[in-house]
Design a protein around this ligand. Structure first.
Ligand code: TYD
Length: 222
């Protein structure tokens, strides 16, 4: 079984959706069967919950927000992600549990332990094989997100201190699980260079999965 579960994480506007798509295209061009998906979303229920979370219609409490992300995730894992992995596909997910820990934990100040518990329930213990964290100063990322879409969602509208804590949170999570995370500093790098750094890291994992140990040609820190 050659299934793999890869996630992309990072502050808003770090370019992870583009990189997730580029990686999916590259893997497909090499003959891999890829399922590309995102959170919040990925199922019709998840997309409806996404509207509630990112729209501005409701004032959500922090715990309601965390539980809605987890509810969308529970549906996603059971309906889409686990079946794709069972078929031997490579699943690439744009955000997963680490986003809840970074945004609702480090950002909003909810207990990391409680967030881990509700997410353990939501995912039935599913963890990514590799998480690619695209790190970027959130000021730059938010400016990029605004310029790209011309508008901001409910989460993007939170203040600079919130986004700074989210970024620090992601870096902290990466430090605590260095074997799962690959951190790529994207500031000032064109998308093609980021794509190459991502590919080097994924290639290494594919090599390991085949039982061979490919050398790390680009010298990317894992
Ligand atoms: P994303 O789709 O990555 O935003 P965009 O495509 O607009 O850049 O994510 C939507 C927002 O939801 C983003 O601000 C991060 C936030 N989020 C959380 O706060 N917790 C979570 O668990 C997830 C998955 C996302």
């Amino acid at each position: 079984m050659n299934s793999l579960f890869l996630t992309f994480e990072g502050p808003d506007g770090c370019g992870k959706s583009t990189q997730a798509r580029l990686l999916a295209e590259k893997l497909r061009s090499q003959g891999y069967d890829v399922f590309l998906t995102r959170e919040p979303g990925g199922t019709s229920l998840g997309e409806a919950v996404r509207e509630l979370l990112l729209g501005k219609e409701y004032e959500l409490t922090s715990s309601a927000e965390a539980l809605l992300y987890a509810a969308a995730r529970a549906q996603h894992v059971e309906e889409k992600i686990r079946p794709a992995l069972a078929k031997g596909q490579i699943v690439i997910c744009d955000r997963f549990v680490d986003s809840s820990l970074a945004y609702q934990g480090y950002g909003l100040g909810l207990s990391l332990q409680k967030l881990r518990e509700i997410n353990l329930f939501a995912t039935s213990g599913l963890e990514p094989d590799l998480t690619i964290l695209l790190d970027l100063d959130p000021q730059i990322g938010l400016a990029r997100a605004r310029a790209g879409r011309g508008q901001t969602d409910r989460i993007e509208e939170r203040d600079g201190a919130f986004h700074k804590q989210v970024r620090e949170g992601f870096l902290d999570l990466a430090r605590s699980q260095p074997e799962r995370f690959a951190v790529i500093q994207v500031e000032g790098l064109p998308p093609e260079e980021v794509e190459q750094l991502v590919w080097t890291r994924v290639e290494k994992l594919l090599g390991k999965q085949r039982g061979t140990f490919s050398c790390n040609k680009m010298g990317v820190k894992s």
